[in-house]
Design a protein around this ligand. Structure first.
Ligand code: UDP
Ligand code: MG
Length: 309
């Protein structure tokens, strides 16, 4: 069976046309299919629409999260409840065309555990979003030891091996693309053209994107921490040389200024470096804190799936 995971956040206007294209694609498949909608605290009528789909077809299931937990956690909730031996992650806003599903499936038949979809073109997305995304993925690849594929979103298909691997990763900061890359096994890609949204606006605000980027970096790299240490050493070295120079000019050259400006510069510079170091450490500590608290990743308000918890 194939499970299709659809996170939904305020998609009432585009959902119907997306579901039409998905359904026409699903009827072509010979495998059994289940569709799992995860309503991630939508404030519009998305949940009503989702329930209608579920009433009309018993292969449709839904999870209604107790509030907006964010895309990555919504998808995680879907993966946790999926029964299929193949699992497809895709957006429900029409940007990920359902027509790539057969292509990804065919590729998987060749013996791969993960087939992710690479975007060869992105339509209707702002230049700023494309530029920040491209910069971020390049940076992430430079500073992490695992190979996280560039130009991919979460659109992908994976098998049970991967799902079981993900379930062994209880971390609260979810960055699925990175986590799946970290798991290894046999992974490959197919290419697709990313469409514009059917309707509505993006649920990924810049705030959420910065959050995701910081989660990705802190989850997969300790370089920022090391950077704090290195800059500390560099500053200490410069400081030491400055001390030598000051003593030299005071006692040997006998020239010295009251030195207010150099003092100020040193204090400001060192203060900045120290704050930076503390900030970086803080980013990691806050994430350790999140994990130590051991709160559930999400809570379910309502569902038509029988939960065995
Ligand atoms: N989404 C979600 N929770 C959120 C934000 C988005 O479940 O907090 C869903 C959204 O409904 C869509 C998918 O995640 O199905 C991708 O989100 P979006 O289209 O807003 O992101 P973009 O494509 O602009 O990166
Ligand atoms: Mg989108």
């Amino acid at each position: 069976m194939i499970s299709i995971i659809l996170p939904i956040y305020n998609e009432q206007d585009g959902l119907a046309s997306f579901m039409r294209s998905l359904e026409s694609e699903l009827t072509k498949l010979k495998e059994d299919v289940e569709v799992i909608f995860i309503n991630d605290g939508s404030t519009d009528d998305s949940l009503v629409l989702v329930k209608n789909y579920c009433d009309s077809n018993n292969r449709y299931k839904y999870l209604d999260l107790s509030r907006n937990f964010g895309h990555q956690i919504a998808v995680t909730a879907g993966i946790d409840h999926a029964l299929g031996d193949k699992i497809v992650l895709m957006d429900a806003d029409g940007q990920d065309p359902p027509s790539v599903i057969p292509e990804m499936l065919a590729k998987m038949e060749e013996g791969y555990d993960v087939v992710y979809a690479k975007r060869i073109k992105r339509q209707e997305e702002s230049l700023l979003k494309k530029m920040t995304a491209s910069f971020f993925y390049k940076l992430l690849n430079k500073i992490t030891s695992i190979e996280i594929p560039v130009d991919t979103g979460d659109l992908r298909i994976m098998n049970r091996k991967i799902v079981e691997g993900l379930k062994k990763m209880p971390e609260k900061q979810r960055y699925l693309r990175g986590q799946i890359a970290w798991l290894g096994y046999k992974q490959t890609s197919v290419s697709y053209e990313r469409h514009g949204r059917n309707a509505g606006t993006t649920g990924y605000t810049y705030r959420k994107m910065i959050h995701l980027a910081l989660d990705a970096i802190t989850s997969f790299s300790n370089l920022p921490l090391r950077l704090a240490t290195i800059s500390g050493f560099v500053c200490a070295l410069i400081g030491f040389l400055l001390i030598l120079y000051t003593l030299y000019s005071r006692f040997i050259l006998q020239v010295y200024e009251p030195g207010w400006s150099s003092l100020m510069i040193t204090i400001v510079f060192l203060g900045g470096i120290q704050l930076m170091g503390i900030g970086i450490i803080g980013e990691y500590i806050s994430r350790i804190n999140d994990n130590v608290k051991n709160r559930p990743l999400y809570l379910i308000a309502e569902t038509n799936i029988t939960l065995n918890a």
